[in-house]
Design a protein around this ligand. Sequence first.
Ligand code: HEM
Length: 140
Amino acid sequence: MSKTFTLSDVSEHTSKKDLFIVIHDKVYNATSFVDEHPGGEEVLLDVGGQDATEAFEDVGHSDEARDVLNGLCVGNVEKKEGDDGPTRVTSGGATTTTNKPPRSAGDGGLSIGYYALILLGGTLAYVAFQFLADNTVKKL
Ligand code: HEM
């Protein structure tokens, strides 16, 4: 189970009868699942032999899907010395590293401004409620 594969080992398993994919640095043998995949066999074959982390997460798979995934695990991806991070292979074949994310820099979570906005909204709602409650009591 804890076998270690290099990305080039994985890239040799791309056919429907022998299909490996990498998700979150783990290697999964998806061969037995190709025909059962609710999202179709095509998408799995497209990412065969590659890192499909992004594709898998983009779909927002359920916990059930993650359970199935666990059952297909055959090992880990070997990290070579000097690697700047896990290599991401998109279906187009381009490779990037996670050190310099190609997309937006603020992927980590909500910015502080966002929290301030939520706090301000909450305060305003509270004040408005107090004001209305006060007026209602005075009218009675
Ligand atoms: C071995 C890896 C994978 C497993 C075990 C898996 C499992 C599943 C499961 C159980 C579902 C049903 C819905 C759910 O429970 O979330 C599903 C749906 C889906 N999957 Fe995957 N999946 C895998 C990889 C992928 C990849 C790499 C892609 C895309 C490139 C993908 C695309 C989809 C799509 C589009 C659906 C939605 C189908 C629909 O609702 O019509 N899946 N997958």
